[in-house]
Design a protein around this ligand. Structure first.
Ligand code: PHE
Length: 388
């Protein structure tokens, strides 16, 4: 059912000044929670897989087509494949060291599963496939963001002949229609009979690009990004752009699972507490009952950011990242609660509130204080800020 194409080990690669992957993140790469029996992510993947492998995905029937699932690719990928080949410009925010985990200048922890599109399309006979994997981003600290999460990528390509199109223009229209139909069917299959809408979007590797939103639990929820595969991407995958086209989508599995299973804090997916995993049964979507929450405790930290104020002198993501790496899973949220500009010196001060809570046990005052002292120290030495 699954194949491994390549495997890279952290230790065998040369590190350089770009390296910014802390041990705590490296440890997550070996957890494989999405493969854990009874885990909500595993159940969700099984359900989506079942839709693509065993159901009629759309009206377009392509002889001999069978979706394949890949879920064993190493999360360490080449910058070239992850960004350049997908047409993501050199100066795009997602490429910054403040947003992506770099192993070295050429290798990153993948921030999306789209990195696997071209290599898989290049392989003979891969005209329809799904890729599941853990992805990594430096991001805000709150209940829906975690530096590691999971995506599923889907790709379907065909030739003009397969779909009875007279030219590539018509083929692309058919492709877009098919894409919408498949994903609407998928959303209905998983979420039930929900209201849906399509919203214009932009991704460098699809053209046009769109996002699907569903109305679930009384709110509009963005559930995936997708589009007709860009000509440049098709060409890089060795396809004949006058005779072949296709679609691609990417969806965040935690975002789906949090809604479906009523899991209100993304850190729970990583919990090693039996009271989490024991609530679920493989293949069943059931509602999570929060076990008694351990108390939270917050600490504020205020500091002057380096002048002149700019994204280069102080990037908030660096602060979030610092809090993450020191507190591991214990920082539940980090909120900016105040900014202040000194009327004379024009210096800018920021105050953040860090909310600490461990999902699996009570925190002691001493350990929270110790974390806070460490964070304060690093805000000075690493970020060049002056504590207040
Ligand atoms: N890779 C995109 C993301 O992470 C999602 C996407 C995949 C969009 C495939 C279009 C096509 O947001």
């Amino acid at each position: 059912r699954t194949k491994t194409i390549f495997r890279r080990e952290f230790s065998t690669e040369v590190k350089d000044a770009f390296n910014n992957i802390p041990q705590g993140i490296k440890d997550l790469t070996s957890r494989k929670i999405y493969k854990t029996h009874n885990h909500p992510l595993n159940t969700l993947i099984t359900k989506i897989e079942d839709f693509f492998l065993n159901k009629k995905v759309s009206d377009l029937q392509i002889p001999g087509e069978k979706f394949k699932l890949f879920q064993d690719f190493d999360p360490l990928v080449k910058v070239k494949e992850c960004f350049d080949d997908l047409g993501i410009p050199e100066d795009h925010v997602s490429r910054r060291v403040t947003d992506t985990y770099y192993h070295n200048k050429e290798i990153v922890l993948r921030p999306h599963t789209s990195v696997h599109q071209i290599p898989l399309m290049k392989l003979q006979g891969n005209s329809a496939f799904l890729v599941v994997g853990d992805v990594y981003r430096k991001d805000t600290v709150d209940k829906t963001h975690y530096p590691a999460f999971h995506q599923m990528e889907g790709v379907r390509t065909y030739s003009l002949k397969d779909i009875g199109a007279k030219d590539i223009k018509e083929a692309k229209l058919i492709t877009e229609r098919d894409l919408k139909q498949v994903l609407e069917n998928l959303a209905r299959n998983i979420f039930g009979d929900v209201e849906m809408r399509w919203v214009d979007a932009y991704f460098p590797f699809t053209e046009p690009s769109i996002e699907l939103e569903i109305f679930y639990n009384n709110e509009w929820l963005e559930v995936l990004g997708c589009g007709v595969i860009h000509n440049q991407v098709m060409a890089r995958a060795g396809k004949d752009i006058n005779n072949e086209c296709g679609w691609a989508f990417g969806l965040g599995l935690e975002r789906w699972a949090m809604k479906l299973f009523d899991i209100n804090d993304i850190r729970l997916f990583w919990s090693q507490d039996d009271r989490f995993i024991n609530q679920f049964k493989h293949g069943e979507i059931s509602k999570f009952k929060p076990y008694s929450k351990y108390p939270a405790c917050y600490k504020d930290i205020a500091f002057w950011v380096p002048s002149p104020v700019s994204d280069d002198t102080f990037n908030e993501n660096d602060f979030f990242y610092l809090v993450r790496s020191i507190s591991q899973d214990m920082a539940e949220t980090v909120e900016l609660i105040d900014t202040f500009t000194h009327p004379k010196s024009q210096r800018v001060s920021r105050c953040y509130r860090i909310n600490y809570r461990n999902m699996d046990r009570s925190l002691t005052n001493e350990e929270v204080d110790a974390l806070q002292v460490k964070i304060r120290g690093l805000v000075e030495t690493e970020l060049g800020c002056e504590l207040r």
